[in-house]
Design a protein around this ligand. Structure first.
Ligand SMILES: *Cc1c(COP(=O)(O)O)cnc(C)c1O
Length: 431
């Protein structure tokens, strides 16, 4: 088969995510034949460096032999079983491991099968907790420019107009507070102040505050100071509302620590893990929960305080095995410590972008580098142009509007980082 045949058959039958399908009248869809390590290969032998870890999931490379081996073994033993009334070894081992490595106090795991569904679990639990103690608190607080997924509940608390505005009439009302605009302490404190004003006035109506720790990824890689998290956590404690950390994108080493919350030394009441959780192999979300929340639901069935939420594939053994293998790989090869050198290298390589006149700002948090461009209108679709330029050179990146970002798998090597950022530089400089 050639790229052309696969692509034309695809367009006959498939509607792709986050895509205006008409774009594919002009932009070729690229069928992928195989992938290995940080490289993806099409049917004509073109190879692309996966510069955004396949939408931030593939932290340890494609077809990683250690993870593959464990999944294959699991596949011969138990592929899936209903998770109500039954349990299995890989879910138990994974849960124990997650409780060990996540911040203190998160002692229970509830599984969903993707990030957005996990967000729904966190929202429902927060609201339901207060119902169980006879309080009605219908509001969630999130940050401006936040992104928490695409289901109606997740969209409602998000603030990314592009994905949300058309549905605004049918979404639950949620409250948004100022997000820190940059990585300074000043901005962190200004945003904390905005949160405090709201909580002081309305905390009795609010059940939870939800935040993407350190980086608002889908919102254009907006990065901020950990001080914001510390202070926001203090405020949530003071006003008695839950602090939900959405680490779906930043968990498992992306920001330079295993979890972004560690940078602020905080323990959330609920923490969401997905994307990097399974190394990009299989869909799974772990909702980490504090004892306080768990205990408010632990009572006789007749009390009516039951959390009757389920997904068909909850706790799937293959997914749990992939997650466990991913965590073991991170530990065995000391990946997060080894990333520190790569983080420094990326920081050095980014310096030269400062001189480009179409570069507005350069940002970095750990293994995320972002270059925000200026002087373009949305209809210029500069991101798409840069994506196309880089693809021709063998680098896959997918800018968010005017923000070009680099978020490679952790197993990328020194010369590969240099090469990829050279290509990005050429792409930006040539426009
Ligand atoms: C991707 C993402 C989600 C949604 O996860 P899906 O698995 O895509 O539904 C939620 N929150 C954040 C911060 C994300 O990056």
């Amino acid at each position: 088969m050639t790229n052309k045949i696969v692509a034309s058959e695809d367009l006959k039958y498939i509607w792709h995510p986050c895509t205006q399908m008409k774009d594919h009248e002009n932009i070729p869809l690229i069928p992928i034949k195989k992938a290995n390590g940080i490289y993806i290969e099409d049917f004509e032998g073109n190879v692309y460096l996966d510069g955004i870890s396949s939408w931030w999931v593939n932290n340890l490379g494609h077809c990683n032999p250690c993870i593959t081996k464990k999944i294959k073994k699991q596949l011969d033993t138990l592929e899936h079983v209903i998770f109500a009334g039954f349990t299995h070894k890989s879910a138990v081992q994974l849960s124990k491991k997650l409780v060990e490595i996540t911040p203190q106090g998160l002692n229970k795991v509830f599984y969903a099968d993707n990030g957005s569904s996990g967000i729904e679990v966190a929202l429902k639990l927060s609201y339901h907790y207060f119902k169980n103690i006879d309080e009605n608190r219908p509001y969630f607080v999130s940050l401006k420019n936040s992104y928490h997924g695409e289901t109606l509940g997740a969209l409602a608390i998000s603030d990314t107009g592009l994905y949300k505005d058309v549905y605004s009439d049918i979404l639950i009302t949620s409250l948004h507070v100022q997000n820190p605009q940059d990585q300074s302490e000043d901005e962190a404190l200004k945003a904390v102040n905005d949160l405090e004003v709201l909580l002081e006035a309305r905390h009795k109506e609010i059940c939870a505050f939800i935040v993407e720790p350190l980086v608002q990824c889908a919102g254009g890689m907006n990065m901020y100071h950990p001080l914001y998290l510390q202070k926001a956590k203090e405020l949530c404690e003071k006003y008695g509302i839950f602090f939900i950390a959405d680490e779906i994108a930043v968990g498992f080493g992306r920001t330079g620590k295993l979890f972004a919350c560690e940078s602020a030394n905080i323990s959330p009441d609920i923490m969401l893990l997905s994307k990097g959780l399974t190394g990009g192999y299989l869909p799974l979300c772990a909702v980490m929960i504090s004892d306080k929340i768990y205990d408010a639901f632990y009572c006789d069935y007749s009390s009516g305080k039951n959390f009757l939420h389920s997904h068909s594939y909850t706790g799937n053994p293959l997914c749990c095995t992939a997650a466990l293998a991913t965590i073991k790989y991170l530990e065995k090869f000391d990946i997060i410590a080894k990333n520190q050198r790569k983080i420094k290298q990326i920081s050095k390589e980014l310096k030269r972008f400062e001189k480009l006149s179409n570069v507005k700002e350069i940002r970095q948090t750990g293994m995320i580098a972002a270059i925000e461009l200026q002087g373009y209108e949305p209809n210029d679709r500069i991101g798409l142009k840069i994506n196309q330029y880089c693809l021709k050179k063998g680098l896959f990146i997918r800018p968010l509007g005017n923000v070009v970002y680099f978020m490679p798998p952790f197993i990328i090597k020194k010369d590969e980082i240099r090469w990829a950022l050279d290509v990005v530089y050429e792409a930006i400089n040539s426009d």
